[in-house]
Design a protein around this ligand. Structure first.
Ligand code: FAD
Length: 468
């Protein structure tokens, strides 16, 4: 049978693309080599990490802070196996949800490894080595990404002692001490999980700041908060070796600016230095699909590769490696294939770090505005001055709004605080509509909510806040 569309990869890019295309009337098949659908995000990424972040935060709260609310529960006891079972059940429910949606939308799920044979032809080889050739009008490559190692350093990841994020969501016991190589989102989230459960966590980061690319003020304050929670940071540190040693491992690093090397021992080392596009075995070079210098599939503004009828989305192409970015690209490609005008606004893609407090950001940072020479004004409001935050003992953090100095149009929003990942969306919607800080500051916000801090930050961008 000939398809309108074959999607290779069933992560948030691929499965969302398939569903949207099917909803728009296309005959769709999805090729997936993993036993379950949902890709990195549902199986070993976003979803399991959030299940563990939530559970470990509950454990931490039970031991710290509930008594001041008059809730006395005694010292909490960790049942790690049960916590992992919660994570596994969450993953199962989500991946089964994708299977259900495929059936509902009459999408053929084809288990096996896909290879592009050229325009309109995909070969799929299953576990038994059996190959079938699928004919299709269009192909979408949505094969995602894989763990990137440490540049120039040979690291043998065994997922027990030297682990990637995949091992980091499946440890069988809490390590006494853990070194996290890489102070980005994944390292800080998983580092937080194990720190809350009792590990002594040290983050070794090449840059001078954690969360490189985030607003500098946000990054600094956030680091202070994590340090208060017990995490240690070695910044401006270049890791030169990670080796197994007895039951644990040794991590060697030297100051980026020069100086003596230091070696630290750890029970577990988490390598969280980023991810790289995954295109292994896809046959792209033979099919004439051009890659960019960073190993990503090159695409034009309509997601088409150098070969007509072959498109690519998600982690395998340029842009932030985020599930919702992949999803939106999936929708846009499906719309384009159905003859509509698919589009993604890359200026308004929120980013969230799901620690406690959360960090959320959308649009430009102060550093980016300065570099671009754009005159801007800043409005800030701390959660210490927010009634609901006080009631919930969630006063850590602040909201920061950046608006164009001339037009007052909001150019960026940054929040550190409880629920930041939810609150950021009102700034995102405002930015989609080209709104100003005055629009936001004059929008009635329910009281008492954490979101009132967003309104107050907006008020202070164009005039003055009320509660400060
Ligand atoms: P993927 O989800 O990687 O899916 C690609 C799929 O393609 C895989 O299932 C793979 O098996 C399949 N595949 C590859 N090659 C072939 C082939 N030849 N044939 C058949 N199938 C193939 N992002 C967020 O936005 N929020 C988060 O909270 C978040 N947390 C994360 C936590 C962790 C620990 C990790 C590792 C990542 C996290 N991410 C998060 C990133 C997010 O997972 C990715 O951005 C997202 O999964 C990318 O989606 P994708 O569809 O491009 O690819």
């Amino acid at each position: 049978m000939a398809y309108d569309l074959i999607v290779i990869g069933s992560g948030p890019g691929g499965y969302v693309c398939a569903i949207k295309a099917a909803q728009l009337g296309l005959k769709v098949g999805v090729v997936e080599k993993r036993a379950t659908y949902g890709g990195t995000c549902l199986n070993i990424g976003c979803i399991p990490s959030k299940a563990l972040l939530h559970a470990s935060e509950m454990f931490h709260q039970a031991g710290h802070g509930l008594d001041t609310l008059g809730v006395e529960v005694g010292a909490p006891k960790l049942n790690l196996a049960k916590m992992m079972a919660h994570k596994d059940a969450t993953v199962k429910a989500n991946v089964e949800g994708v299977s259900f949606l495929f059936k509902k939308n009459k999408i053929d799920g084809i288990q096996g490894t896909g290879k592009v044979l050229g325009q309109g032809k995909v070969s799929v080889t299953n576990d038994k080595g059996e190959e079938q050739i699928l004919e299709t009008k269009n192909i979408v490559i949505a094969t995602g990404s894989d763990v990137a190692g440490i540049p120039g350093v040979q690291v043998d990841i065994d997922e027990k002692v030297i682990i990637s994020s995949t091992g980091g969501i499946a440890l069988e016991k809490v390590p006494g001490n853990m070194i996290v190589v890489g102070g980005g989102v994944i390292g800080l989230e998983l580092g937080s999980v194990w720190a809350r459960l009792g590990a002594k966590v040290t983050v070794v980061e090449y840059l001078d700041a954690i969360l490189g690319g985030m607003d500098g003020e946000v990054s600094k304050q956030f680091q202070r908060m994590l340090a208060k929670q017990g995490m240690e940071f070695k910044l401006g540190a270049k890791v030169t070796g990670v080796v197994k040693d007895g039951k644990g491992a040794k991590v060697t690093f030297e100051p980026v600016k020069g100086g003596d090397a230091v070696t630290l021992d750890a029970d577990v080392v988490l390598i969280a230095t980023g991810r790289k596009p995954y295109t292994e075995g896809l046959g792209l070079a033979e099919a004439g699909v051009v890659m960019d210098p960073r190993g990503r599939v090159e695409i034009d503004n309509h997601f088409q590769t150098s070969v007509a009828g072959i498109y690519a989305i998600g982690d395998v192409v340029r842009g932030p490696m985020l599930a919702h970015k992949a999803e939106d690209e999936g929708v846009a490609v499906a719309e384009i294939l159905a003859g509509q005008a698919g589009h993604v606004n890359y200026d308004v893609i929120p980013g969230v770090v799901y620690t406690q407090p959360e960090v959320a950001s959308v649009g430009k940072t102060e550093e980016e505005l300065k570099a671009a020479g754009i005159a801007y004004k800043v409005g800030k409001f701390p959660f210490t001055a927010n009634g609901r935050a006080r009631a919930m003992q969630a006063t850590d953090g602040f909201v920061k709004i950046l608006a164009d100095k001339e037009t007052d149009r909001v150019l960026g929003g940054h929040i550190v605080g409880f629920g930041a990942g939810e609150m950021i969306h009102e700034i995102a919607v405002l930015m989609e509509f080209g709104g100003s800080s005055e629009d936001l500051g004059r929008t009635c916000h329910a009281h008492p909510t954490m979101s009132e801090a967003v309104k107050e930050a907006a008020l202070s961008t164009f005039f003055k806040p009320i509660h400060m």
